[in-house]
Design a protein around this ligand. Structure first.
Ligand code: ZN
Ligand code: ZN
Length: 252
């Protein structure tokens, strides 16, 4: 099955990525992706777009030729307090907020620090999805993080790129995270983390992890546009209401 929702993509606004919104729309139409989030790196990364990139995402149309575009960010978890590099009222104008650890912003240290930072980001209420929590460069106490994610209704990402181009050696951690998510009732989402449009909606490797632990597919946020939109509404994103009439009648 092709999962029709991708929550994690980068455009040319991050200069180590190579596609535009138009490129993503073209691939989405080819592959049957119905909804994707544009989530460039938060401003603390060296080659991230300027802060204004995120403020001005409101110029994007909601739908183009039947493909929905969510306005998002992949923010950086900056410190042990779990603070991120995007804040204030600006956050309420985004449809979706991802956050994760990136070496240039938060250097890897030790398991206790990573765990505390990630849990504090989860508890902050500002982050909907933690990106690549299985990154072996940042060991975490998986049970503690997954417990917090379940408690605070934050989704954990199984990042497809982690098995292909970056973060090599993520398989064991991701499998343990998926297993714990199943046991503790946490929500998982697959992200292609595309840095070029061709990989939009490519989830093969992430899916094999999810299948290996038999994580319930009816909890995967990628299963339908409405599944993700309902999740984001519950998390307080009023802006996603724009999409609900467009997708409401679709099968779950
Ligand atoms: Zn990332
Ligand atoms: Zn990313």
């Amino acid at each position: 099955m092709q999962y029709p929702v991708d929550t994690h993509t980068h455009t040319v606004a991050s200069s180590h990525a190579y596609s535009t919104i138009h490129d993503y729309l073209a691939v989405a139409k080819q592959k049957g992706i119905r909804l994707f989030a544009t989530t460039d790196h938060g401003p603390a990364m060296a080659d991230a777009p300027h802060f204004w990139h995120f403020v001005n995402l409101r110029v994007l149309p909601r739908m183009v030729d039947g493909v929905g575009i969510l306005r998002g960010i992949e923010a950086n978890i900056k410190n042990r307090d779990g603070e991120i590099d995007y804040f204030g009222d600006y956050l309420s104008h985004l449809d979706i907020v991802l956050a994760g650890f990136h070496e240039p912003v938060f250097a890897p240290s030790d398991k206790a620090t990573h765990t505390e930072a990630m849990i504090n980001a989860i508890k902050s209420g500002k982050v909907d999805i933690i990106t690549h929590p299985g990154n072996p460069a940042y060991p975490i106490d998986i049970e503690a993080v997954v417990t917090a994610a379940a408690q605070y209704g934050v989704a954990l990402e199984i990042n497809n790129s982690s098995f292909e181009v970056s973060r090599k050696g993520s398989e064991a951690n991701c499998t343990a995270i998926a297993k714990a998510a199943k046991a503790l009732g946490a929500t998982l989402v697959m992200g292609s983390d595309s840095h070029v449009a061709f990989s939009l909606g490519g989830f093969d490797r992430a899916l094999s992890i999810i299948n290996a632990v038999d994580y319930p597919k009816d909890k995967l946020l990628n299963r339908s546009p409405m599944a993700l939109l309902d999740f984001l509404t519950l998390r307080g994103h009023q802006t996603v209401a724009d999409f609900i009439p467009l997708f409401r009648d679709e099968a779950f």
